[in-house]
Write a protein that binds this ligand. Structure first.
Ligand code: CUA
Length: 323
């Protein structure tokens, strides 16, 4: 109904209507009370003005009904805001299981994006219309923020850890991508586009001129860096088995357990001594400075793919997304 107002960017994702509806509700409630208070202020100022020098106001007793009224109505309204916004937030924080995976690295001052199939792009992100897309993001230097107004998504991108966001585009087109965290002198130039394509068009784009999938690039690195000499699949190596690691419980030598996620794997590559798996020695050297953020994502894609196929990771990753 209000989508044609030029106040907001166009709606081009499944989240846009939900976010906008809530936004209009907040604006409506605020405008209603701002007007009400301003009107009453003027009305009372006139009605109860001082009429003569000897005019003295009466003492005012409490009024239980009035107090309940102006406590319960705002309470009810804020609870509606809380439940409504929390529902939208939870939805925006949970990518659907069948989402296409894309990896993003922010750096001063550009966005570098990699697709599972191996396509890499800078300041441009090509995606198909009507499919959920999950972004796993990190930064090479300072905090950036990934913002696509038409999709109503904004997510900080932090050095040293992974953050995620997702969207499902609803119409083909080219949309603004902004960095929305001040990140240095060229912050305002850290802009790009998200290009939403018809599925067939996207498939053609995706298959154009690709050399290596993300996972198979990761597999090459895994061999080159010598990871494969210690991390054997049979559990007989000097390092823990990595097949099927992501999402699994890991027992550490200090007695605690954690669920292996991308951030844990990344830390274990850059700072191996931080968390030692129970039953293993702290002998792994650090790979800090030897692998870039993009290569870390390739290694993680390989380890993930290993788990998905029960061994031969690269082969599994060649399959079309969601296929
Ligand atoms: Cu990157 Cu602002």
């Amino acid at each position: 109904m209000l989508s044609n107002l030029p106040l907001l960017p166009q709606q081009a994702s499944t989240a846009a209507q939900d976010v906008d509806a809530f936004f209009y509700f907040l604006v409506g409630v605020s405008a209603f009370f701002a007007l009400l208070i301003a009107t009453l202020l003027i009305y009372f100022a006139i009605k109860y003005r001082r009429r003569s020098e000897s005019d003295r106001p009466h003492a005012i007793e409490g009024a239980l009904q009035l107090e309940l009224l102006w406590t319960l109505i705002p309470f009810g309204l804020t609870m509606v805001m809380f439940v409504w916004s929390a529902a939208i937030y939870v939805k925006l924080q949970r990518p659907p299981d069948d989402a296409i995976q894309v990896f993003a690295v922010g750096k001063q001052w550009m966005w570098k994006l990699q697709h599972i199939e191996g396509q890499r792009e800078i300041n441009e992100l090509h995606v198909p219309v009507g499919r959920p897309v999950k972004l796993t993001m990190t930064s090479e230097d300072v905090i950036h923020s990934f913002y696509v107004p038409a999709f109503r998504i904004k997510q900080d991108v932090l050095p040293g850890r992974y953050t995620t966001t997702w969207f499902q585009a609803t119409k083909p087109g080219t949309y603004h991508l902004f960095c929305t965290e001040y990140c240095g002198t060229q912050h305002s130039g850290m802009i790009g586009s998200v290009i939403v394509m018809e599925p067939a068009e996207f498939a053609t784009w995706l298959s154009g001129g690709v050399k290596q999938s993300l996972a198979s690039a990761g597999e090459t690195l895994f061999q080159q860096l010598g990871c494969s000499t210690c991390h054997l699949d049979q559990g007989t190596g000097r390092g823990p088995v990595l097949t099927g690691l992501l999402g699994k419980q890991v027992q550490l030598n200090n007695g605690t357990t954690l669920v292996a996620d991308e951030t844990y794997v990344r830390e274990s590559i850059l700072n191996p001594q931080a968390k030692i798996v129970a039953g293993y020695q702290p002998i792994m050297p650090t790979f800090k400075g030897l692998v870039s953020e993009e290569q870390l994502l390739q290694l993680i894609a390989y380890i993930k793919a290993k788990g998905a196929s029960g061994g031969d990771g690269a082969a599994a990753a060649e399959q079309p997304p969601g296929g």
